[in-house]
Ligand binder design. Structure first.
Ligand code: FNR
Length: 190
């Protein structure tokens, strides 16, 4: 059986190390997971003025989240928090009030930074946001990736076996978590 995973890359940068990490995760993920990126770069800045008539980008985002069995966030840390573009996308997905698209969606959070903290503070912020949005989260393993360019090829190939093993294990645990949540929220699906 296949499970659809909508993934967010929290960086808009052309040379994003987190986009590279997302490619590595897709390569290493178990075969039952099918990935579709949920794009964020063309979303206007959210305001509740849009609630009466969501623009096509906002509607497409909500539909993509709702069509996914699980959501994966692959994001940098900006100034010890969630990048604005990603937070904006989450705000779009959470509204209009009463139509929060993240509710009961199993989520995973992972990110890479050149620094040693490896996006830990961003991930902590994300956990508060996702708790408020009633989105179950993979609690363990945690994955704080210190990005070393010599370990990751541009297409997501991972040259260091212990890093590959860690990321493979993370994705196996994420897949098992998604299936555990679906067994409760969508029992007919499993
Ligand atoms: C950063 N960077 C950064 N790194 C970190 O570990 N903690 C932080 O709080 C910040 N803050 C921060 C703010 C802003 C505005 C920028 C542009 C950068 C560095 C960041 O980890 C580095 O630029 C990564 O390459 C960003 O990931 P992407 O965009 O390449 O995926």
């Amino acid at each position: 059986m296949a499970f659809t995973i909508g993934y967010f890359v929290g960086s808009l940068a052309t040379g994003s190390i987190n986009r590279t990490l997302s490619k590595a995760l897709i390569r290493l993920a178990p075969e039952e997971l099918e990935f579709t990126e949920i794009p964020i770069k063309d979303l206007p800045l959210y305001s509740y003025d849009y609630d009466a008539d969501f623009p096509p980008e906002g509607r497409a985002l909500k539909e993509a989240i709702e069509a996914s069995d699980g959501i994966l966030f692959v994001s940098p840390e900006y100034n010890r928090s969630i990048p604005g573009a990603l937070k904006n996308a989450i705000d779009w997905g959470s509204r209009p009030w009463g139509t929060n698209s993240f509710a009961r969606k199993p989520t995973g959070i992972i990110g890479a930074s050149p620094g040693g903290i490896g996006t830990a503070v961003m991930q902590s912020s994300m956990r508060s946001v996702l708790s408020f949005l009633d989105a179950p989260q993979l609690n363990a393993p945690e994955a704080y990736i210190t990005f070393k360019p010599e370990v990751f090829g541009d297409d997501g190939e991972v040259t260091d076996e212990s890093t590959a093993q860690f990321l493979r294990h993370y994705m196996e645990e994420y897949s098992a978590f998604v299936q555990r949540v679906l067994a409760v929220t969508a029992p007919g699906h499993i």
